[in-house]
Design a protein around this ligand. Sequence first.
Ligand code: ATP
Ligand code: MG
Length: 586
Amino acid sequence: MSNDPKNTSKPAAATEHAPASNFLRGIIEADNASGKYANRSDALGRPLPAVVTRFPPEPNGYLHIGHAKAICVDFGIARDFGGRCHMRFDDTNPTKEEQEYVDTILDSVKWLGFDWKDKSGEHLYFASDYFDKFYEIAEYLITAGHAYVDSQSADDMAKNRGNFGEPGKNSPFRDRPATESLDLFRRMKAGEFKDGEHIVRAKIDMASPNMNMRDPAIYRIRHAHHHRTGDKWCIYPMYDYAHPLEDAIENISHSFCTLEFQDHRPFYDWVLERAAEGGFFKRPLPDQTEFARLNLTYAITSKRKLRQLIDENIVDGWDDPRMPTIVGIRRRGFTPESVQLFCERVGVAKSDSWIDMSTLEGALRDDLDEKAPRATAVLRPLKLIIDNFPDNLVDECSAPVHPHHPDRGHRHFPITKELWIEAEDFMETPSKGYFRLFPGNKVRLRYGYVVECTGCDKDADGKVIAVHCNYFADSKSGTEGANNYKVKGNIHWVSATHALEAQVRLYDRLFTDPHPDAGGKDFKLALNPNAKEVITAYLEHGMKAALPDQKFQFERHGYFVADRVDSQPGKPVFNRVVTLKDSWGK
Ligand code: ATP
Ligand code: MG
């Protein structure tokens, strides 16, 4: 078969901006070299690019990170080869689809940075717009003897299908005259029959070793309302029949899909060959090529299972920041660039494998390290009192917005007598190698002064409630005196009188098992109880101005984003996107 994947993959390109080659790109390069899809034109005679791909989701749920990979493949390859990618809703299944899903899917694709509009127009399509065409071609197939109406019961049909070791048996209706099948098909369309009474099947080979070629169904009766065509139809085409026709109607050149469709490819080609013989399409016909699904560790990427997490209130909705949905990772704080970078790094493979969650997180760190302004946040606050600091003094300190980009300027924040520090930055009795605050030790308050710890206050239970220290007035960072102090510890802080109190949500992986649903396991047994912790933190007061979706690196802690849903003007709520280092399980 002409579209067997050819292994023409080259080693990954050295720079990540030049897209790494992969076997899909290799196929396109070969087709371009042979001119296979050159000089085509559409039905109106307008020239077609040699690369036309499509992204064809079913509008029955929210897109997830696996779809992001398909989007990067379909749209990314079209972009890189000067072609175009069609945004197509595969809405041939009437009962499951809703407008809400159409809207969110469009929004997610745009957010990822892709567009179905180009200078040739807007390439947004709905498979349901082709229902008349699908019907017309089915009538042709019946007339030409390539399809028939089968009237067996569902049970008999299943029984006569055979199985892997055993050929199927022809239906007693297989050889009914074409005119009789055609009449029945028209009456199916007219609504004369109940669901399941008849079905249209392709006439191929009931003994084929490929089960998908044993006279697969192409049309069924379904008295159901469709979100776009309403009650016009009570028969609907099967996915395997409709999909190749959708591709051909839209002049798709390269139809990429995931590996589970490999065994369906012979039928894909069969449908297109028959339709081309009938004069419905010109050659060259679209070419289907399969690539490996993205399986991400510590996540699940099945719409059905994701829906279960919502229905059972395990998460707070499709856009819960713990969800691997596009709306979820967006709210969590992932950037479109980091997702694209991730997809590039993962590449496309010809066999299924697991990609580690740390690869996704690593792409985010690499993207945000350069972009994210720095800020200070104290997440587990403990009071630090500088006893020799003048009571009402408000002294200004400053720090670079970004340590590698002096051009981005400085941020300013006050130091005062009472500060918040991290509870873990003090130990009354230090462990070996601990060089932060303990009685008698000196540390630098980052961007501020050197202080020497003098002791602590405790409550009735012996819990430390405040730490005391004295500062050295000539030790301020950025002044000459600073160099006279050599200390090992450097801790962050915010002024207790000026800090912004804010809700911070510490998110972590949703599952503790890298393969939560592998082998039919109950993924609910692997839920990470610590995947969401809500705390009240003290932030550098400038964070008051943070806008929804704005990302920061909270020094020493990780990357955080102002939540796009719950942040109010002057009152941001932050989500932890990811910690600074991959410390999972360590
Ligand atoms: P689910 O199984 O979760 O319902 P789906 O495959 O049925 O997902 P579709 O809406 O049919 O979802 O998918 C649209 C496109 O996205 C298809 O081409 C499909 O192959 C691709 N896709 C879906 N999941 C993944 C994945 N995990 N990795 C790569 N591509 C995927
Ligand atoms: Mg599907």
